[in-house]
Design a protein around this ligand. Structure first.
Ligand SMILES: [Zn+2]
Length: 155
């Protein structure tokens, strides 16, 4: 095989110093979010969080679970991702025309979306200045502003 390409989006390895987390950290993360650390949540949580900040779809996590021999169904993966989202452990990123992505980086930031590649790249929260926001209806407040900047390859 001479035609080997290295993907620039390869997930960061868990062994990188300061990144990712070990099994006991997943357990305390779940517990502090009010979730019981069941075997399935632990298995999926470990897969999700051990590789540092990243974006992935339910289908992507399901494939990783199969490879890692974590016995779950795709429906369980969906349910667990939604439970994690509700508990504030991860964020759901809905992009029009794309599969829903889940983001293990739960702090404020925005995204580039590359059209045709179904891929998200982080934009630091401080790199976007939302200068003017509309006034909100009576009794409401802005929870957060998510910006998706759509990109396409130049022709
Ligand atoms: Zn992100």
């Amino acid at each position: 095989m001479s035609n080997v390409s290295i993907s620039s989006e390869a997930p960061q390895l868990a062994s990188k110093a300061g990144r990712g987390c070990v099994y006991s950290e997943v357990k305390s993360r779940l517990q502090s979010a009010g979730l019981r650390p069941t075997r399935q949540r632990m298995g999926l949580g470990w897969l999700l969080f051990a590789k540092g900040d990243r974006h992935l779809t339910a289908e992507g996590l399901y494939e990783e679970a199969l490879k890692a021999k974590v016995p779950v169904s795709l429906a369980t993966v969906y349910n667990t991702l939604h439970q994690f989202t509700e508990a504030g452990l991860i964020r759901e990123i809905a992009v029009e025309g794309a599969k829903t992505h889940f983001d293990t980086k739960a702090t404020n930031h925005h995204h580039f979306y590359i059209e045709g590649e179904n891929r998200l790249i982080d934009i630091e929260g401080s790199d976007i200045d939302v200068a003017s926001l509309p006034s909100v209806p009576e009794g409401m407040e802005i929870a957060r502003v998510d910006v998706v900047v759509r990109l396409r390859r130049k022709v």
